[in-house]
Write a protein that binds this ligand. Structure first.
Ligand SMILES: Nc1ncnc2c1ncn2[C@@H]1O[C@H](COP(=O)(O)OP(=O)(O)OP(=O)(O)O)[C@@H](O)[C@H]1O
Length: 337
């Protein structure tokens, strides 16, 4: 378990983390989200004892990081900054880390294999691509077979195959009963990876809930209807309280009404349906909505519009109402700044 209690970090006048309290429990992947500068990396550094809180407490498995007797066996971490000895081979990098904690060569071979680095393990880590570097960092995080994983942007630099691989790995580690705490800016990826979310903005807690609840809280569910009788159906649905936005002659985006009810009304009207698809809002749209006031480094034009699934279509003509829509033992990690 990871626990933050009234965690606060100030750098001069800047409050990077502001009275943050949350718990990350085992058995699920918990996503850690927030706009740029929200305080995610600082929080992770505080958890890992790389920085001292100004106030509050951060514990892993019930202890401060510095009090863990064999930290790598309890918590594996991948932080954004890469901290490898560039002249050393990947294998030797892992071996050196392992030796600091009495971990044997067999485990080094195992993790190199697990992250798909066996073929290049003897190559100089300094020549690694960003994606290979991430894999090496993840291998280092896993060395001690820890029950807690703290991963800062692990997907960074990975190709599509690598992204699927890390997603599957995180889900497998959580299913084994481990605590997996992962930050990312890739909303589509988090939507399919994280069961639970902790969202912060300007160092403060914005949400601590399931991914599904987070999306439902701030986006509207919608139903996409394809029908050759769309115009007639739009009137019927709007009269029954739905918000209907036509898209061309045959497509309707319906909100404020569930798919079964749309189907029933279509049947009663004798309207032919070619498609009736319930669609939930996107995590990206929910994130934009809930963090709107916390964006520190926004552009003058504001954040870009969320994806189509959640964008309100234009007002329809005629009648129908418009719808809205490294592992390294952290001590091995370099300072981010
Ligand atoms: N060592 C430091 N000295 C001064 N300010 C810092 C330091 N570390 C972080 N900050 C500031 O604290 C705030 C939070 O930074 P942090 O890197 O934790 O955010 P983040 O959520 O990880 O951002 P990003 O998503 O861009 O990586 C930022 O405004 C940052 O400039």
């Amino acid at each position: 378990m990871i626990e933050a209690e009234h965690l606060t970090k100030r750098y001069g006048d800047k409050t990077a983390v502001d009275d943050l309290s949350f718990t990350v429990v085992p058995g699920r992947v918990t996503g850690f989200l927030g706009p740029n500068g929200a305080g995610k990396s600082t929080t992770m550094r505080l958890l890992l004892g790389l920085d001292r809180p100004t106030r509050g407490d951060a514990r892993i498995a019930g202890r401060h990081y510095r009090d863990l007797p064999a930290p790598m066996r309890v918590v594996g971490a991948l932080l954004e900054a890469r901290a490898v000895h560039t002249g050393r081979s990947a294998y030797n990098h892992l071996l050196c880390l392992a030796q600091t904690q009495g971990i044997g060569r067999r485990r080094v071979d195992e993790v190199a294999d697990l992250v798909g680095l066996t073929d290049v393990a003897r190559k100089r880590a300094g020549g690694f691509s960003l994606g290979m570097g991430q894999r090496l960092g993840i291998a280092a995080a896993l060395l001690g077979d820890p029950s807690v994983l703290i991963l800062d942007e692990p997907v960074n630099g990975l190709d599509p195959e690598g992204i699927v691989w890390i997603r599957t790995l995180m889900q497998r580690l959580a299913a084994q009963g481990r605590t997996v705490f992962v930050s990312s800016h890739l909303m589509n990826e988090m939507a399919v990876t994280a069961d639970h979310l902790i969202v912060i903005g300007r160092g403060r807690l914005i949400a601590d809930c399931s991914t599904e609840e987070f999306i439902e809280r701030s986006t509207e569910k919608m139903v996409i209807v394809h029908s050759p009788d769309a115009a007639r159906l739009a009137g019927v649905l709007a009269a029954e309280g739905a918000k209907v936005a036509p898209d061309g002659d045959t497509v309707l985006t319906v909100t404020r009404m569930e798919a079964p009810r749309v189907g029933e009304l279509a049947a009663a009207e004798g309207a032919v349906l070619h498609e009736l698809t319930p669609r939930r809002g996107s995590l990206e749209a929910a994130f934009m909505e809930l963090t709107r006031d916390s964006v520190e480094y926004g552009t003058a034009a504001g954040p870009p519009a969320p994806d189509a699934a959640a964008v309100p279509p234009p007002a329809p003509p005629g009648g129908a109402e418009a719808a809205p829509a490294e592992g390294a033992a952290p001590a091995e990690q370099g300072e981010k700044r």
